[in-house]
Ligand binder design. Structure first.
Ligand code: BG6
Length: 481
């Protein structure tokens, strides 16, 4: 296995799951700030007016807002070359549609980037990771309204100019393709069609496909415009898309299963990927629009915008794989964003996600084969329960095994000829789960002493995987033992 000498080893987080400080530094409320916690069985709830009887995990999250120096020092100790994080749009434009940005919010990220620089860690910044100013949802129904593109562009211009010499790598929207899935309307696009309700289950929002697809079109336009603007502001910027890899194997060699698998790949992965990497909607979009009964309203010039805003690289998340079957009676599993038919060859995590390192090699080959564009894996990891021993140690061999197998799979993909230039495991320091809002679903190399309700000291401790990952980085992926 030969990882390139400048391979970007690191870790990843997102503001709404990690930062906390939700009312500090002039920050406004984001769409994520009004989503309660949940469990594997009990879905999270959205309540625009915040129900005092519910707990909202983004408010404290892991309190990176107050711990960033300590956290970045830990990343430095592990030898990180890159740290993928997101900017909370609401720290910069608290309501989303103001004229001038919030200086205190901008300063916070200045401090973070300066601290990263001290340790030689390159930031990779997601502009929108499953959150946007709540006011934009209330006033415009999020991305459903084309005017939101201009608010987003204003935010992009401000951060691109401010951090012109501090940040080189940018990602536009986290898992933009999650909006292809009905419940992705609020998380991905800030679209909420039943705003009059006091509480709405995150899994059961009122879906209006026409509104959702139009909202996604606006976000895709905004992504393309951001790429173009970023390159104008600093030609050295490298700007990528971010796709959730929703991997669907045919359950059997029944040709119907094969067709179904192909269609899921097209719908979930290639619809957005083709727009962002190739610069145009793919031919099969017509079939997808027909299936959902939607019609995208394009304005003159939209096609040109998409064409001019193709990305420099692809970033992706990969956690698991699914199967599809034409036999609708087959047993199903849970999963990242969406589940699928159970694969009898795979084990599952404590949260029912199927563990499949070969699926990562397969996916990297598929994506690189289609797009011939450099890839970085910006999310991968095992959400698991961790136990703190009496002496304070945390033994997490299950996490090491998961990550080792996936790094080996990346090595195999490199041998297959895929250009992978980095790897940032998810939740490198424990954070709140996006799917369930729990803290006990932990991904980190570093343990954060906080429970599902924000009780705890928020002290950080190194897990066994911390020392292991440090070795992996120091040996550039050669020492995985
Ligand atoms: C990805 C998201 O889909 O999966 C992250 O980009 C999320 O925000 C991650 O945290 C893991 O999912 P979960 O539900 O375990 O937090």
């Amino acid at each position: 296995m030969q990882f390139r000498d400048d391979f970007l080893w690191g870790g990843a987080t997102a503001a709404n799951q990690f930062e906390g400080g939700f009312r500090e530094g002039g920050k406004g409320l984001s769409t994520a700030d009004v989503i309660s916690n949940g469990t594997r069985k009990e879905p999270r709830k959205i309540s625009l007016n915040m129900d005092p009887s519910l707990y909202y995990p983004s408010h404290q999250a892991s309190d990176f807002y107050h711990h960033y120096k300590e956290d970045i020092a830990l990343m430095g100790e592990m030898g990180f070359k890159v740290y993928r994080m997101s900017i909370a749009w609401t720290r910069i434009f608290p309501q989303g549609d103001e004229e001038t940005p919030n200086e205190e919010g901008l300063l916070f990220y200045d401090h973070v980037f300066d601290e990263l620089k001290r340790y030689g860690i390159e930031p990779m910044v997601t502009l929108s990771h499953y959150e946007m100013p709540l006011e934009l949802t209330k006033k415009y129904n999020g991305w459903a309204d084309r005017r939101v593109i201009d608010f987003f562009m204003k935010y992009c211009r401000v951060v691109f100019e401010r951090y012109r010499d501090k940040v080189k790598y940018w990602l536009t929207f986290n898992e933009i393709n999650s909006a292809m899935f009905a419940a992705g309307g609020y998380m991905g696009l800030g679209i909420l069609n039943d705003q009059e309700k006091e509480q709405i289950s995150l899994h059961d929002q009122k879906d209006i496909p026409d509104v959702r697809f139009q909202g996604l079109h606006h976000a895709l336009l905004a992504s393309a415009k951001a790429v173009k603007l970023g390159h104008e502001i600093n030609p050295d910027f490298r700007i990528g898309c971010m796709l959730a890899m929703l991997v669907y194997y045919p359950y059997s060699c029944n040709p119907q299963d094969m067709i179904k698998s192909q269609q899921e790949w097209q719908k979930f992965n290639y619809y957005c990927g083709d727009v962002q990497v190739r610069g145009a909607y793919p031919s099969f979009s017509k079939r997808i629009w027909k299936e959902w009964g939607v019609q995208i309203r394009m304005e003159e010039g939209d096609e040109q915008i998409l064409k001019e805003g193709t990305v420099d690289f692809i970033s992706l998340s990969y956690y698991m794989s699914n199967c599809v079957s034409s036999d609708l009676t087959k047993e199903c599993t849970e999963g990242n964003i969406v589940g699928g038919v159970k694969n009898p060859y795979l084990k599952t995590t404590d949260w029912g996600w199927q563990i499949d390192p070969d699926g990562l090699r397969y996916t990297l080959n598929e994506i690189y084969g289609r797009y011939n564009c450099p890839i970085i894996i910006v999310e991968n990891g095992l959400g698991a329960y961790d136990q703190v021993e009496e002496d304070g140690t945390i033994h997490d061999p299950y996490r090491i095994e998961y990550l080792r197998d996936h790094i080996e799979a990346i090595g195999q993909a490199l041998e297959d000829g895929v250009d992978v230039f980095g790897y940032t495991p998810w939740g490198c320091i424990d954070l709140v789960s996006s799917g369930t809002g729990e803290m006990k679903k932990r991904y980190g190399f570093v343990y954060v002493d906080a429970d599902d309700y924000g009780n705890g000291s928020f002290a950080r401790s190194r897990k066994d995987s911390f020392y292991w990952y440090k070795k992996v980085i120091a040996s550039n992926g050669r020492d995985l033992d």
